[in-house]
Design a protein around this ligand. Structure first.
Ligand code: GLU
Length: 292
C-alpha cells in the first residue's frame, strides 16, 4: 500500500490564523501518525489578492508551529495551462457556457427576483446565478465575444448532474449537521458556479480537484466551511475522470462572538500571537490538537 498523502492548501491573501493552525497541525499529525506524506500547496490563483509577503509568512508560520512539508511546494499560479485544458474539455462536452452579466447586473437581477419570493441562495448564502447566459444563441455569444465583452465561464449544473448521476463521498470527519460516513453530494445547491473568467483561467473549485489529483492526495483534511463545496468537487472529479480522496472536515475555530475567524482580524493571526510571546505548544492547545 502506498502511504497516505495529506496536504495543507492555504491562499496567500492574508496572514494565517488559529483556524489555519488547526487544519495544518491536523494534516501534519495525521500524516505522521499514519506514516504518510505531508504536502503544501499555495492556492494563489487570485492575483489581485495574493501577495508574496503572505506566501513567505505561510512558510515562516508553519515552520514556527513545527510543521514540515515536502519540497517542492506546488504553486497554482505556475500551472495555469493545465486548468485551461480542463475548462476546454468541459466546454467541448457542453458543460460550460459564457455568461456576460457583471456582478452589479446580477445583484440587480436578484433584487428583482427577490420581490416575488426569496431567490434561492447557495450554502454560503450567495444567490444562485439568475442570469440568462445559458440560453443565449451561438450567434449572440459569438457577437459578444467578438466585441471583447468580459465574461465568466459557468458550469451548466443541470447538464453536469444529469451526466454524472448520483455521487457521494466518504467523510471521516463531520459536516455542520453531523453528516459522516457516505455523504450524498448535492452540487445542485450551488447553481451554475463560475469555473473560470475571461482573465482568470480557473477557480477554486476547478483547481482544487485538479491539484488534489495531480499531487496524489488521498486525504483532504480541511475546515467545515468547505464541507458542502465538496459536492461540487465530487462532480468535477467524476466528469474529469479524477480519483476521489477521502475527506475529513473539522470544526472551525470561532471567535468570542461565535463567528468564523477572518484573515483581517489581527488578534488571531499566528504572527501576532507569536509576537505576543505565545509558544507553538500553546497554539496547539488553543486549537485542540495536542496529540504529539
Ligand atoms: N485554499 C483554500 C483556503 O484557503 C483551502 C482549500 C482546501 O483546503 O480545499 O481556504
Amino acid at each position: 500500500m502506498p502511504p497516505p498523502v495529506f496536504r495543507f492548501a492555504p491562499s496567500p491573501n492574508g496572514l494565517l490564523h488559529l483556524g489555519h493552525a488547526r487544519s495544518a497541525l491536523l494534516n501534519f499529525d495525521l500524516a505522521r501518525q499514519s506514516g504518510g506524506r505531508m504536502l503544501l500547496r499555495i492556492e494563489d490563483i487570485d492575483t489581485t489578492r495574493c501577495r508574496p509577503e503572505y506566501e513567505q509568512a505561510i512558510y515562516d508560520d508553519l515552520a514556527w508551529l513545527g510543521i514540515a512539508w515536502e519540497q517542492p511546494v506546488r504553486r497554482q499560479s505556475e500551472h495555469l495551462p493545465l486548468y485551461r485544458e480542463a475548462v476546454e474539455r468541459l466546454t467541448r462536452e457542453g458543460l460550460i457556457y459564457p455568461a456576460f452579466e457583471s456582478r452589479a447586473d446580477i445583484a440587480r437581477m436578484v433584487a428583482e427576483k427577490d420581490k416575488s419570493g426569496p431567490w434561492p441562495r447557495d450554502p454560503d448564502g450567495a444567490p444562485l446565478y439568475p442570469g440568462t447566459g445559458k440560453h443565449l444563441t451561438e450567434a449572440e455569444r459569438a457577437q459578444r465575444l467578438r466585441a471583447g465583452a468580459p465574461y465568466a465561464l459557468r458550469f451548466d449544473m443541470d447538464a453536469a448532474v444529469a451526466r454524472a448521476g448520483l455521487l457521494s463521498w466518504i467523510e471521516e470527519g463531520a459536516g455542520p449537521d453531523g453528516e459522516t460516513g457516505s455523504v450524498p453530494a448535492q452540487p445542485e445547491q450551488w447553481g451554475d458556479v463560475i469555473l473560470a473568467r475571461k482573465d482568470t483561467p480557473t477557480s477554486y473549485h476547478l483547481s482544487v480537484v485538479i491539484d488534489d489529483a495531480l499531487q496524489g492526495i488521498t486525504h483532504v483534511v480541511r475546515g467545515q466551511d468547505l464541507f458542502r463545496a465538496t459536492g461540487v468537487h465530487r462532480l468535477l472529479q467524476q466528469l474529469l475522470g479524477l480519483p476521489q480522496p477521502v475527506y475529513r472536515h473539522h470544526a472551525l475555530v470561532l471567535d468570542e462572538a461565535g463567528q468564523k475567524l477572518s484573515k483581517s482580524t489581527r488578534s488571531t493571526a499566528l504572527r501576532e500571537l507569536r509576537a505576543g510571546g505565545m509558544a507553538p505548544d500553546e497554539v496547539r492547545r488553543l486549537v485542540g490538537i495536542t496529540s504529539r
